[in-house]
Design a protein around this ligand. Structure first.
Ligand code: ADP
Ligand code: MG
Length: 593
C-alpha cells in the first residue's frame, strides 16, 4: 500500500482550527450534535440517490448511525452507513471550507466585534466537522464511498496545520459503505467517552434526526443461580436439611453490552401538534435551518382532500440578509420531502412565492413522485395547489403575529420583513386581500408608531371617501410639505410613504376596503370643498399673473394654475394627474443609474 500523503489545510481552516483548539468554550458538547448532523446528511444523500439507483443500497441496507464509546481509553467512534467520501472528497470536504454551516460561522465571526475567539458563536453555529477538535487531540475519518473501490483514511491532529490521507488496510476497520469517525479525546474531555453521557447528549441534541441512532450501552438481565452455602449457614440449616433437601438460589445480574436505540426517529412534522412542544419546534427549526435564534412564529398543519401534505412553517427572528437588502430568491427556505425522503430545497418560486422567501419550512407530501424534477414541479397541478395552501397558511401565521398581545412582536417583524410584503403587493395580485391588512405606514397623526390600513379607515371622517397619502424620502420632509396644509386644517389623516417601494406597492393595491388611494401631491386632488363662484373670481383676478409666470418658467412646468389647496404657502409644485410623483421620479432616477 502507498504511504500516507500529507496535505496542508486551506488557510481559513487553519485559522478556524486555531480558534477552536484555543477556545475556552465551555459548551464543547456541541461537537456531537455536529458530527451526528453530518452523518444524518450523508444518510439523506444516500437515501435520495438510492431512489433512482437502488443498487447503491446493496452493500448495506440499514441506514443508521452508531456511536461506540471506550471510556477506559477516551475514544468515541461514530459510524454511519451514508454516502461516504472518496479520497478527493476527503480533501475537498475536510481540508477546505466550501460548506454552508461553517462558512456562515466565519462570516458571522468577521462581522462580530469580538473577532478573536468569539466563544459564543461556536455554540451557535457549531462550526461543523471541525467541532471535533473542541474535544479531540486526534481525529481519524475512515470513509468508503460507493463511487470508489477503496476505503480511505483522513487523519488530523489538533495543533497541526496539515493532515494525512492513506488507504485503509486494517481488515477489521473495513466497512461496506459510509464513514467511521474516531475521536481520541483530550485528557480533560475523556468524560465524553462515558456511554451515559453520550446517551444523554444524543437525546438532547439529536431528537430530530430521522435515522436511528444506536449507542453502545451496558445492559443487564437478572437470573437465578444456585449457590454453595457457606459452612456457618450450613450448620444452622442442618435441621431444615434433614427434613427437606431444599436447593439454595440467589438472584444475580448478568452484564453485557449491546446497541440501544437512543433517539425517536419519527419526523416532527408527522407527530400530532398536541404532542410537540414549542421548544421542540424551535429546536427543529434551529437544527434544520442552521439558525441560532428562535423563530418568532411557527405553524404546523396537515391538509387533506385533493392534495395531502404536512408542513411546518416558521417566521425567523431576523432577516437573513439584513433588512435593507433586496430579496434573494435562492434562499433554500423550503425543504421538500416526499414520503419522508428529502428531495430538494433548491426552488425558484415553484413551491413558494419568492417574495415570501423569508418564511422557512418543511413540506412532506405523499402525492408527488420520489424522482420529482424541476420540470415536474413547474407543471404539476399538485404543486400549484400545495403552493396556494402554503401561502395561505403563511399569511395566517403572519396575521397571528400582528394580532399578538405583544405589539413589539409585529413591530420587529415589520422592521425585518415589511419590505417583502410590499414586494408582494407588486408580485401577487391574487393575495392583495391578505397582504393589505398587514401593511404599516407612518401618518400625519401617528407620531412614532406606524399604523395599519384598518386603523386609517377607522379614523376616517364620515364624509371622507379616499385614503390620502404622500410619498417622500422621510417623515420629517413629509411633515413639512405644503400639500399637507389643507388636509391638516381639515383634520384629515395622510399616510407618509417614506420607503421608496411604498408608493409602487400602494399603486398596485389601488384601493383598500373600496377606498381609493389618493396622492395628495397630484393636481386633481378634490377635497370636496369646491366653491365654483369663488374660483371663477380668483381665476379672473389672477389669470394674467399665471400667464406671466408660465411665460417666465417656460418648459420647466406644464402649466400654472390657481389652486385652493394651500392655506399658508403661496405656491406649490405638483405632479400632473398622469405624471410621476416627485418621489417616483427620484426612484426611477435611482434605478436607471
Ligand atoms: P456542513 O455540514 O455545513 O457542510 P461540515 O464541516 O459539518 O459542514 O462538513 C463538511 C463536509 O464534509 C460536509 O458537507 C460533507 O460533504 C462532508 N462530511 C462530513 N461528515 C461526513 C460524513 N459522515 N459522511 C459523508 N460526508 C461527510
Ligand atoms: Mg455539518
Amino acid at each position: 500500500t502507498p504511504p500516507a500523503e500529507s496535505y496542508e489545510y486551506q488557510a481559513e481552516v487553519s485559522r478556524l482550527l486555531d480558534l477552536i483548539v484555543n477556545s475556552l468554550y465551555s459548551n464543547k458538547e456541541v461537537f456531537l450534535r455536529e458530527l451526528i448532523s453530518n452523518a444524518s446528511d450523508a444518510l439523506d444523500k444516500l437515501r435520495f440517490l438510492s431512489v433512482t439507483e437502488p443498487e447503491l443500497l446493496k452493500d448495506a441496507v440499514d441506514l443508521d448511525i452508531r456511536i461506540q464509546t471506550d471510556k477506559d481509553n477516551g475514544i468515541v467512534t461514530i459510524i454511519d452507513t451514508g454516502i461516504g467520501m472518496t479520497r478527493q472528497e476527503l480533501v475537498d470536504c475536510l481540508g477546505t471550507i466550501a460548506q454552508s454551516g461553517t462558512a456562515k460561522f466565519l462570516k458571522a465571526l468577521k462581522d462580530s466585534k469580538d473577532a478573536v475567539g468569539d466563544n459564543n458563536l461556536i455554540g451557535q453555529f457549531g462550526v461543523g466537522f471541525y467541532s471535533a477538535f473542541l474535544v479531540s487531540d486526534k481525529v481519524v475519518v475512515s470513509s468508503k464511498s460507493p463511487k470508489s473501490d477503496k476505503q480511505y483514511v483522513w487523519e488530523g491532529e489538533a495543533n497541526s496545520s496539515s493532515y494525512t490521507i492513506r488507504e485503509e488496510t486494517d481488515p477489521e476497520k473495513l466497512i461496506p459503505r459510509g464513514t467511521r469517525l474516531t475521536l481520541y479525546l483530550k485528557r480533560d474531555d475523556k468524560g465524553f467517552a462515558h456511554p451515559e453521557r453520550v446517551e444523554k447528549l444524543v437525546k438532547n441534541y439529536s431528537q430530530f434526526v430521522s435515522f436511528p441512532i444506536y449507542t453502545w450501552q451496558e445492559k443487564g438481565y437478572t437470573k437465578e443461580v444456585e449457590v454453595d452455602e457457606d459452612p456457618a449457614d450450613a450448620k444452622k440449616d442442618e435441621q431444615d436439611e434433614k427434613t427437606e433437601k431444599k436447593k439454595k438460589t440467589k438472584t444475580v445480574v448478568e452484564r453485557y453490552w449491546d446497541w440501544e436505540l437512543t433517539n425517536e426517529t419519527q419526523p416532527i412534522w408527522l407527530r400530532s401538534p398536541k404532542e410537540v412542544s414549542t421548544e421542540d419546534y424551535n429546536e427543529f427549526y434551529k437544527k434544520t435551518f442552521n439558525e441560532y435564534l428562535d423563530p418568532i412564529a411557527s405553524s404546523h398543519f396537515t391538509t387533506e382532500g385533493e392534495v395531502e401534505f404536512r408542513s411546518i412553517l416558521y417566521v425567523p427572528a431576523v432577516s437573513p440578509m439584513g433588512k435593507d437588502d433586496i430579496v434573494n430568491p435562492k434562499t433554500k427556505n423550503i425543504r421538500l420531502y416526499v414520503k419522508r425522503v428529502f428531495i430538494s430545497d433548491d426552488f425558484d418560486g415553484e413551491l413558494f412565492p419568492r417574495y415570501l422567501s423569508f418564511v422557512k419550512g418543511v413540506v412532506d407530501s405523499n402525492d408527488l413522485p420520489l424522482n420529482v424534477s424541476r420540470e415536474i414541479l413547474q407543471e404539476s397541478r399538485i404543486v400549484r395547489i400545495m403552493r396556494k395552501r402554503l401561502v395561505r397558511k403563511a399569511f395566517d401565521m403572519i396575521l397571528g403575529i400582528s394580532l399578538s398581545e405583544n405589539k413589539e412582536d409585529y413591530e420587529k417583524f415589520w422592521d425585518n420583513f415589511g419590505k417583502y410584503l410590499k414586494l408582494g403587493c407588486i408580485e401577487d395580485r391574487e393575495n392583495h386581500k391578505r397582504i393589505a391588512p398587514l401593511l404599516r405606514f407612518f401618518s400625519s397623526q401617528s407620531d412614532e408608531e406606524m399604523i395599519s390600513l384598518d386603523e386609517y379607515v377607522e379614523n376616517m371622517k364620515p364624509e371622507q371617501k379616499d385614503i390620502y397619502y404622500i410619498a417622500s424620502d422621510s417623515v420629517t420632509s413629509a411633515k413639512s410639505t405644503p400639500f399637507l396644509e389643507k388636509l391638516l386644517e381639515k383634520d384629515l389623516e395622510v399616510l407618509f410613504l417614506v420607503d421608496p417601494i411604498d408608493e409602487v406597492a400602494i399603486q398596485n393595491l389601488k384601493s383598500y376596503k373600496e377606498k381609493n388611494f389618493v396622492d395628495i401631491s397630484k393636481e386633481d386632488l378634490d377635497l370636496g370643498d369646491k366653491n365654483e363662484e369663488k374660483e371663477k373670481e380668483m381665476k379672473q383676478e389672477f389669470g394674467q399673473t399665471c400667464d406671466w409666470i408660465k411665460k417666465r418658467l417656460g418648459d420647466k412646468v406644464a402649466s400654472v394654475q390657481i389652486s385652493n389647496r394651500l392655506s399658508s404657502s403661496p405656491c406649490v409644485l405638483v405632479s400632473g394627474r398622469f405624471g410621476w410623483s416627485a418621489n417616483m421620479e427620484r426612484l426611477m432616477k435611482s434605478q436607471t443609474v
